[in-house]
Design a binder for this molecule. Structure first.
Ligand code: OOG
Ligand code: MG
Length: 255
């Protein structure tokens, strides 16, 4: 079995067992291409178990996240059906290693979108936009990783929650938002933190996923990236994002 398959299996097993592993590439010796190959192979394992590909997530599209995690390259990951958490439902804390949550904006596409597209072309492919929360859960001990580590680990993705869909024909470039835990505001930000305009994140997603041979498909969801630093979550909490004009999304944290 190749090294790429071995690492993919290690990370996939860590996610399934909710047990952390050592960094696979602490010195950053792997190429970015190999790190994405590991990511693809680990998602393929999920697909083999019956999950469906449902979209793409973007990472490090805001300075807040770059600073929090110490990495300043935009990365992407693959979303599968097993990661989607119903809005308002309870997620099981025991399925995760050390989960964190961050507020994002989500797009759902009505058309395929591939390659070098303009922001206007990207917008024309959007069916709707929604306030969203991403649950990230690095498979690495202490949530510490190099750039290639986190790419191989599917950009820490482990869950996402999408609120009500809104008409995209409105200005969502700079919408105020708060992330709240048990009614207490823990982060304040704006969608403008996402590359200056969340549509730029969708443009990048179209380019990067097409370059990997997996162009964005009609019906897919694209998570644009965290607008603020992430927060730890714990059993018993209710976590929500409230976004100007677009509404709310939330979930309970169970045991
Ligand atoms: C990596 C994933 C980054 C985002 O929205 O910027 C990310 C991590 O922070 O563990 O999802
Ligand atoms: Mg994120």
């Amino acid at each position: 079995m190749s090294q790429i398959q071995n690492v993919a299996e290690l990370l996939d097993d860590a996610a399934r067992a909710a047990r952390s592993v050592q960094q696979v590439d602490p010195e950053g010796r792997l190429s970015v291409a190999d790190a994405y190959a590991i990511q693809a192979a680990s998602i393929e394992r999920r697909v083999q178990r019956g999950e469906r590909r449902v979209g793409v997530k973007m990472g490090f599209t805001s300075r807040a996240k770059m600073i929090q995690m110490g990495i300043d390259d935009v990365i992407w990951g693959r979303l599968s059906s097993g990661m989607q958490v119903e809005e308002g439902s309870a997620l099981k804390r025991s399925r995760f290693i050390h989960p964190r949550v961050e507020p994002e904006i989500a797009f759902v596409l009505k058309k395929d979108l591939a390659g070098d597209v303009t922001a206007a072309e990207a917008l024309a492919a959007v069916e709707a936009v929604a306030p969203a929360l991403e649950i990230i859960d690095s498979r690495y001990r202490d949530f510490k990783f190099s750039l290639t580590d986190v790419i191989a680990d599917n950009a820490s993705s482990s869950g996402f929650v999408v609120g009500a869909w809104n008409d995209p024909r409105q200005d969502f470039s700079n919408l105020g938002l708060t992330m709240n835990i048990d009614g207490r505001t823990v982060q304040v930000g704006s969608t403008a933190a996402i590359l200056g305009h969340p549509l730029r994140s969708l443009v990048a997603a179209a380019r990067l996923s097409a370059a990997a041979g997996e162009p964005l498909r009609a019906g897919w969801i694209v998570m644009a990236g965290g607008a603020t630093p992430a927060e730890w979550i714990a059993p018993g909490q209710y976590v929500s994002v409230e976004m100007e004009r677009l509404g709310v999304a939330g979930f309970h944290v169970g045991e």
